[in-house]
Design a protein around this ligand. Structure first.
Ligand SMILES: [Zn+2]
Length: 265
C-alpha cells in the first residue's frame, strides 16, 4: 500500500481519496512494473536511460535508441490519437501523466496503452510550479515528495496496487529548476530517479511548430544540437493536437535513421 508522506493532496485538483485496500491490477499490467509483459523486451530503467543521456560514452554501442515521451496527459482525444499513431507505426512510447487527469479518461484508454506495449509514468499530481519549486531546498523536498506520493497513490488506485515505476518526469523538467538535491534524495528513497529529455519536438515552446514539416525540422535540429546521440529521449505532449498530426512523420523519420524504440520504466 502507498503511504503518502503528507495528509492531503497538494492542490485544488478534484479531491482524491487513496483506497485503503489492495486494488486489483488491470489485466494488462505486469505487476511490479509500469507496462505489460509484452513490453519487457523494450523497457529500460530510468537510471540507465538517464546515464546514457548525461554520459553518452556509456550508451550501448552499435545501435541507436529513441524514447518517445509524452507529458501532461492523459487526454481522451489526443492521447487516443497518439495511440493510433504508435499502433500504425508499430512503436511504443512512455506517457508521463498528470494523475488527476487519469480519472477523466476511460480506463479502456489506459488498458489499450498498456496492451500496445507503452509505459505509463508519473509526471506529478499538481503540476504546480509555485507549489513544487518555491522556498528552500527542504521545502521543495517536502512538496515534491508529497506531490509524488499522491500521484503514485492515484496511479495505483486506477492501474492497480502492483503498479511501479522508476523514473519521475519533473514538471518543467529537472534541468529547469535549482535546489532539488534534497527532493531528488526523497525520490531516491522511493527507488525513483528524475528523467529529463535531450531532444524535443518543440510543442512546449512559445514558438511551437504549426506545420508537420515544421515539427520534423524541429526534431531534426534538436537531435543534431544534442550531438546526434545514440540515445534520444524526445519530449512531446499528448494534449497538443498538432503534435498528434505530426507524429506519424516524426516516427517515420526516426525509423529511417535506424532508431529502435524503447520505453522507460
Ligand atoms: Zn508537464
Amino acid at each position: 500500500m502507498t503511504d503518502p508522506s503528507c495528509a492531503a493532496p497538494p492542490s485544488q485538483w478534484k479531491t482524491f481519496r487513496a483506497p485503503d485496500k489492495v486494488v486489483a491490477d488491470l489485466p494488462e499490467l505486469e505487476s511490479g512494473t509500469n507496462h505489460s509483459k509484452v513490453a519487457d523486451r523494450w523497457t529500460y530503467p530510468a537510471s540507465e536511460v538517464h546515464q546514457w543521456m548525461t554520459r553518452p560514452a556509456t550508451a550501448p554501442k552499435g545501435r541507436k535508441l529513441v524514447f518517445l515521451t509524452f507529458d501532461d496527459g492523459p487526454d481522451k482525444t489526443v492521447t487516443a490519437q497518439e495511440l493510433t499513431n504508435l499502433e500504425k507505426g508499430g512503436v511504443p512510447a512512455t506517457f508521463f501523466m498528470i494523475t488527476p487527469q487519469m480519472q477523466g479518461v476511460p480506463v479502456d484508454l489506459l488498458r489499450r496503452s498498456l496492451r500496445d506495449g507503452n509505459g505509463l509514468g508519473v509526471h506529478s499530481y499538481s503540476h504546480d510550479y509555485r507549489y513544487l519549486f518555491k522556498g528552500d531546498a527542504a521545502q521543495r523536498a517536502t512538496h515534491v515528495a508529497c506531490d509524488y506520493d499522491w500521484a503514485l497513490a492515484q496511479a495505483r488506485a486506477i492501474l492497480g496496487s502492483g503498479y511501479a515505476e522508476s523514473g519521475f518526469r519533473y514538471p518543467g523538467g529537472h534541468m529547469s529548476w535549482s535546489h532539488l538535491g534534497q527532493a531528488d534524495a526523497e525520490l531516491a528513497r522511493r527507488g525513483v530517479v528524475p528523467i529529463d529529455w535531450n531532444a524535443m519536438s518543440g510543442d512546449a515552446d512559445a514558438q511551437m511548430p504549426t506545420t508537420v514539416p515544421g515539427y520534423l525540422a524541429m526534431v531534426k535540429k534538436s537531435i543534431a544540437e544534442a550531438g546526434n546521440p545514440r540515445v534520444v529521449v524526445l519530449l512531446n505532449h499528448d494534449n497538443k493536437e498538432r503534435t498528434a498530426e505530426a507524429m506519424p512523420s516524426i516516427i517515420a523519420w526516426l525509423k529511417s535513421q535506424h532508431y529502435q524504440f524503447g520505453i522507460i520504466s
